[in-house]
Design a protein. Structure first.
Length: 153
């Protein structure tokens, strides 16, 4: 197998990361803490590579969150994952992050189905039953997170 393109760079970066990697706490230890404190947060967002929820929300080693990403940041696609996460860590907060110029406002179910059927004509019956969660213009309701500024006295 020949590896080329961006994957080569990703593997090089992973090698560098692995050279100084330190294991995180054991999962069961983290789960116990999250359940006891209610500190679990899940962020559901679009998988658009232009969107970096870690950077936007300042998520790092000191502020942890579980990230679930899919096309359009659609909850119906994430239900299975959210259900599993609920049984593991019982997060009390699920934040849904959408963004402007989302691809799901440009690529609609009919066009996606047509393209998939062209790729896999034998799957036509199943593909025609699928829903991809297109975002219609009337569904777009921009809301901005507003954080009050801290004032010193």
């Amino acid at each position: 197998m020949v590896i080329k393109g961006p994957l080569v760079e990703m593997l090089a970066r992973n090698s560098k990361f692995a050279s100084s990697y330190q294991s995180p706490p054991a999962l069961l230890q983290m789960v116990s803490t999250m359940r006891a404190t209610g500190a679990g947060v899940v962020v559901l967002s679009c998988s658009d590579p232009r969107l970096n929820p870690y950077q936007i929300l300042g998520i790092d080693a000191t502020l942890k969150a579980t990230m679930v990403r899919n096309a359009g940041g659609r909850a119906f696609d994430a239900i299975r994952t959210l259900s599993v996460l609920q049984t593991i860590g019982a997060p009390r907060t699920i934040a849904i992050m959408h963004h402007t110029d989302c691809g799901m406002t440009h690529f609609h179910d009919d066009a996606i189905k047509k393209a998939l059927i062209e790729l896999s004509p034998g799957g036509k019956t199943n593909i025609e039953k699928m829903q991809f969660g297109e975002i219609k213009a009337r569904q777009v309701n921009p809301m901005h997170l507003s954080i009050p500024e801290a004032h010193s006295s």
